[in-house]
Design a protein around this ligand. Sequence first.
Ligand SMILES: [Zn+2]
Ligand SMILES: [Zn+2]
Length: 421
Amino acid sequence: MKHQSLTGFRDVLPEEQPYWRTIEKKIAEITQLYGYQRIDPPILEETALFLRGVGTTTDIVEKEMYTFTDKGEKSVTLRPEFTAGVMRLYIENGMHTRPKPVKLYCVGPIFRYERPQAGRFRQHNQFNVEALGEQDPAIDVEIMSVAWQLYAELGFTGLQFQLNSTGCPECRPAYMKELRAYYHGHYDVICNDCKRRLDQNPLRLLDCKNESCQPVIAGAPVITNHLCKDCETHFSTLRNDLELLQRPYVINHKLVRGLDYYTKTVFEVWAHGIGSQNAMCGGGRYDGLVQQLGGPPTPGIGFGSGIERIIMSMKEQGLEPEPVPETQVFIVHSGNIARKPAVQLTFALRAEKIRTLLSFGQRSFKSQMREANRSGAAYVIILGEDEVAKNMASIKDLATGEQKIIPLDDVIAVLEERIWK
Ligand SMILES: [Zn+2]
Ligand SMILES: [Zn+2]
């Protein structure tokens, strides 16, 4: 019987690795540039953390979590997102006592039992950035710019922010009341999901994807007309900063998070050729979350960006990753007496940081040369019995075809001269 990977799980083969390495490298560079520090929370957490930290009425918690009972009879869950675990880490490690803002990022897999569809995986990797302990809209702009710069440096064009404010516990209730009243007036035409949302999670009414709900959404009251003074100032400062930095944005009233601890800023980044279903990333402010999870009142803002999504978009847009460095030298050898110096030379070259491959087994000279050509090596060192008997070696430049015999002891120096010149 052949084994197969689970539905929604995928293998990443060597051919795709350049995309991963390119993105990881950019993430490391850009987070350093902005002063964000890496953390690595565990993949497995108590289920209760996500019930409180993600919200029990969300699709994630209702349908998508990998939850099981471990051998100690404890309910545990493979993280379906990063933020709740990061907040737990922040509180548990007393990071609220550090100078603020505390600026953190992480990269790794998250798990959601989603319906299999193109570009959706049950294990997928996410780049997650959070800034804790700062109210200033300047940190909102900073967080948003981390995402922006990542996509820009990867080569995406037509970048644009989708932006909204979801208010705060001060101003949201009045808006929600008006939104509910409006929806009750359209109860007959909205979808069944929206009928349910109307009671449980009214803000989510606004991001219903159902066709029949679109005209209702289009006519719905907008929250940005209901912001309190504090939320309004925050939102206008943020917009002014984005204009100052010449970052295009569009106010999108459908953009909501829909949980009480989300406040003020909500954003997505869109790019050329990538539609609303395919936002590059989404994030927002969650000034109530740390407190909700048992920590001191702490404002926070963050975003998550799926790495598979970035790779898929790079491929669609024809954006090339950085190439993997090719083999520099290939060692061909024939006959018993050549084997020993061939092995020695291979490892000596690697010690000098020259990327070197050695032919294995007892292959014919011709098949070793074929292998050398396939490897992408610039130079072949040939150790035949005749050469080795005279303490010599042949060096062949595969690009020009030029070949000459040099003393075996000089091979490293000659290669270093040619490769690093
Ligand atoms: Zn407010
Ligand atoms: Zn609907």
